[in-house]
Design a protein around this ligand. Structure first.
Ligand SMILES: Cc1cc2nc3c(=O)[nH]c(=O)nc-3n(C[C@H](O)[C@H](O)[C@H](O)COP(=O)(O)O)c2cc1C
Length: 365
């Protein structure tokens, strides 16, 4: 195992971010046993749509603001040199479509200011869309100071702050921080202190209805389920661990297969979290559907299950790498338009459970 004890924290953070992007682009890091669950759903065809395809608009609402379409580019990069270009391109695309953009973890900016431009670049190219700052649960558990919060928000002129909850990723990460005590308590303090809405997200293992309830009780305003079915961060970190240590035997092979595919399917998470709306205590909070979104059909299924918008990371990173980012988003939006037309739904916000067909049995039964 490499001795990382003498590395400065910021160097480790910079190198790790670089590794993550490379691994997501070049290695097989997708779930391969657990699926998003979207494949279990279909749509009820409407032979009388009473709409003209070309009239269908895709505008939606997010954080009380009108956005161009119910899609977000999910939190990915920042904090290393190549991230300047990646974030610039994500920002240009998000601004073009008028859709929100999540910034990757801003931990590096709290460690030192050497990579500030990789975050700040976003506002130069995306002046008008919602931009979401991002920090991890382990940093929150240690307690963020008022100065830390200001750094995170000011650097990108953030419209909201995302806290990512990633216990499985940290558990697999060679240098991971697995102290998740006090996260909820500190989240609650943060929600009261931060001048923008607080969003909680996973990174691919999903947020259950139970967890979402606790997060909403703590003052979180938006839940991004980030369920299983796309990138498995356990796989990403397991590859880093094996390459650094040469050791493949941290867990038994049976357990490893299960743990690498650990997570709640995205469709199930959305259904569970949306069900909380039936309880008077929770009223109207927003849901972001992410984890394995692969097309506009998945976006439409997410909205029908109860999400306000969907978000994608891995697929859009690959699209950017292959120089087809805007083309991919345009295609996904056209997929969504097709579902709206064929279900006779004039706008994305009107999609609901009544438009779905369960190919097996309802997700929550
Ligand atoms: C290269 C890369 C870096 C990521 N970094 C972060 C991060 O810093 N913070 C975060 O909350 N999520 C991060 N994610 C996770 C995504 O936002 C998303 O939750 C996860 O990949 C599941 O969505 P997907 O299946 O569409 O990729 C990252 C994803 C990718 C591909």
């Amino acid at each position: 195992m490499l001795n990382r004890m003498n590395d400065a924290p910021s160097n480790i953070t910079i190198e790790r971010k670089h590794n993550h992007v490379e691994l997501c682009l070049r290695d097989d890091v997708l779930f391969d046993g657990t699926t998003s669950g979207f494949e279990t759903l279909g749509f009820r065809h409407n032979a009388l749509p009473e709409l003209r395809f070309s009239d269908i608009g895709l505008t939606a609402t997010f954080l009380g603001r009108k956005i161009g379409a119910p899609l977000m580019i999910s939190s990915m990069t920042g904090g290393f040199d190549k991230a300047v270009m990646l974030n610039r391109r994500f920002a240009e695309a998000a601004e073009h479509f008028g859709i929100p953009l999540g910034i990757g973890s801003m931990r590096q900016a709290l460690e030192n200011g050497s990579q500030r431009e990789s975050y700040a670049v976003v506002r130069k190219y995306a002046p008008s869309i919602p931009v979401l700052a991002n920090i991890g649960a382990p940093e929150v558990a240690k307690g963020l100071s008022a100065a830390d919060i200001l750094t995170l928000l000011e650097l990108v002129e953030a419209d909201a702050l995302i806290v990512h909850l990633n216990p499985a990723q940290e558990m697999f990460q060679p240098e991971g921080d697995t102290d998740f005590r006090r996260v909820l308590e500190e989240l609650s303090r943060l929600a009261a202190a931060v001048p923008v809405p607080l969003i909680a997200k996973e990174v691919g293992c999903g947020i259950s209805g139970d967890c979402a309830g606790k997060l909403l009780d703590a003052g979180v305003r938006v839940i991004d389920v980030a369920g299983a079915g796309g990138i498995s961060w356990q796989k990403v970190e397991e590859l880093r661990y094996i390459r650094q240590s040469g050791n493949e035997n941290r867990f038994s092979s049976e357990a490893l297969r299960e743990l690498l595919n650990w997570g709640i399917p995205t469709a199930r998470c959305i259904a569970e979290v949306a069900k909380l709306r039936e309880l008077p205590a929770y009223g109207s909070f927003e849901i972001i559907a992410s984890g394995g979104i692969r097309s506009g059909i998945d976006i439409a299924k997410s909205l029908a299950l109860g999400a306000g918008i969907a978000a994608s990371a891995g697929q859009l990173l690959r699209a950017l790498h292959e120089n087809r980012l805007e083309e991919t988003i345009e295609t996904w939006l056209n997929d969504l338009r097709a579902v709206l037309f064929l279900t006779g739904t004039p706008s994305p916000g009107q999609l609901g459970q009544q438009h779905l067909i369960y190919k097996h049995r309802p997700i929550l039964s």
